[in-house]
Ligand binder design. Structure first.
Ligand SMILES: Cc1ncc(COP(=O)(O)O)c(C=O)c1O
Length: 433
């Protein structure tokens, strides 16, 4: 492949055959989930909460985990592998000496990277004989991805969708329903926990932590159903490593390699999926890379405390060691609502604690971030998801620093999704009439 290629592609046969599990390469053992001092054991409940194969992967110390042929086939149907683009037009407009590359998870059939784990989880759930998956969603991207995975694998799907977002994305709601999913604004009247919150505030805006609690409660009451989580957990990040593994191969093809790796971060699955294979290079091959997680000041979880905390509002999950704002923290809704989660995945949190990951948090009004998305769109032609705009904004800010310093850095960033269903959010923030 010519080194000046704009689109760096892979063959279908190059879809990764194994996921990368970073756990054995971490500089320190990953703190395991644990129980709170009081109340029933959540850790002993895990086999009743999660898909069996996913729980096995969650605890695995194996560096490489084979991707079943059936999942690789689903990845092919979902359009993998996805191109890596050299953002030459953006480089020119920014007048930066930096070389910018972005991965195109926006080509996903549902609009985001989330399908990478949705397909794997639905595949394993069907293998185990389950008939229905329940879940939470914030931006709506994860709910759509799971609805899609359930449609392809013949499962039913129930989605609890953070009310503040459910309200302004009617098209995404229609999308999930077209795929056959049952969707409830959360908090809902479908669960005891949801009803307890609605009785205090019928217009409660909800949060991912609350929606997770509702999904868990629903699945626990139905032996044919199991809960599926779209981020945070080790196995979810591991499924997402197909993004970074493909990207590494694509860099090899053009004989380049990144100095800076950037992505947005809510619970950590997209950042982890893109960055962890490169973190592996730093830990095992002595490579030097700066990693930056782009966040919102509405939920700067990586600037919170590093401690054990629940992953959900109702305290159904075990405690996870993570950077957290507190599992009952109230966070202002934003358009990039997929970034509004109180805690960050234990793997990324440990890496941050050990100094491997930097973070930046952008203002809640999202103006700077959405302006960056507009610049990107006008140069490169792709409309990013509001969450992905944070990744783009951080990459542009870094490229402009390179311009000031005259540095020819190589910056890689992931555009985790498209924004075709988020235009009203852009219009509101950017004042487009
Ligand atoms: C397009 C997109 N990118 C990124 C994220 C952030 O989530 P995570 O950090 O778990 O990847 C979301 C979450 O909904 C999303 O929809």
């Amino acid at each position: 492949m010519p080194t000046d290629a704009r689109q760096i592609t892979l063959d279908v046969s190059e879809i990764p055959k194994r996921w990368y599990n970073i756990v054995p390469d971490l500089p320190e053992p990953l703190p395991p989930p644990k129980d709170p001092d009081e109340g029933p054991s959540r850790v002993r409940e895990l086999p009743n909460l999660l898909i069996g194969e996913c729980l096995k992967q969650e605890m695995s110390g194996e560096r490489w985990i084979s991707i079943p042929d059936g999942v690789r086939e689903l990845y092919e149907r979902a359009g993998r592998p996805r191109p890596l683009f050299r953002a030459r037009a953006l480089e020119e407009v920014l007048d930066t000496p930096a070389r910018l590359y972005y991965k195109s998870e926006f080509y996903s059939p549902t609009g985001s990277h989330k399908v990478n784990t949705a397909l794997a989880q639905a595949y394993y759930a069907r293998e185990q004989g389950f008939e229905r998956l329940t879940t939470e969603t914030g931006a709506g991207q994860w709910g759509t991805a799971l609805a899609y995975a359930c449609a392809l694998t013949g499962l039913r799907c129930t989605v609890y969708w953070v009310r503040a977002v459910h309200r302004w994305k009617p098209d995404r709601l229609g999308f999930m329903k077209m795929l056959g999913a049952e969707v409830h604004a959360s908090p809902s009247d479908r669960t005891e926990f949801g009803r307890s919150l609605c009785s205090k505030d019928p217009d409660h805006p909800g949060s991912l932590g609350i929606a997770i609690s509702e999904g868990l409660e629903d699945a626990k009451s139905d032996p044919k159903a199991v809960y599926s989580l779209g981020s945070v957990l080790n196995h979810v990040l591991m499924h997402q490593t197909v993004i970074g593994l493909e990207t590494q191969k694509q860099f090899e093809k053009v004989g380049d390699y990144p100095d800076t790796v950037i992505s947005c971060l809510g619970g950590g699955s997209n950042f982890g999926g893109f960055a962890l294979p490169f973190v592996g290079d730093v830990l095992t091959k002595g490579r030097k890379i700066r990693f930056i997680a782009a966040q919102s000041q509405a939920a700067p979880n990586l600037q919170g405390e590093y401690r054990y905390n629940f992953a959900d509002h109702a305290e159904i999950t075990p405690l996870l060691k993570m950077y957290t704002l507190g599992h009952t923290a109230s966070m202002r809704p934003i358009m990039g609502d997929g970034l509004r989660y109180h805690g960050c995945s234990p793997i990324i949190s440990l890496l941050r604690h050990l100094g491997y990951i930097d973070t930046v948090a952008y203002p809640v009004d999202e103006k700077h971030v959405f302006e960056a998305a507009r610049t990107f769109m006008r140069c490169e032609g792709f409309l990013p998801a509001p969450e992905s705009a944070y990744s783009i904004c951080c990459a542009i800010d870094e490229a402009l620093k390179c311009k000031q310093a005259g540095e020819k850095k190589v910056i890689a960033f992931n555009v985790s999704g498209h924004g075709f269903m988020d235009i009203s959010g852009y219009r509101e923030v950017l004042g487009i009439a």
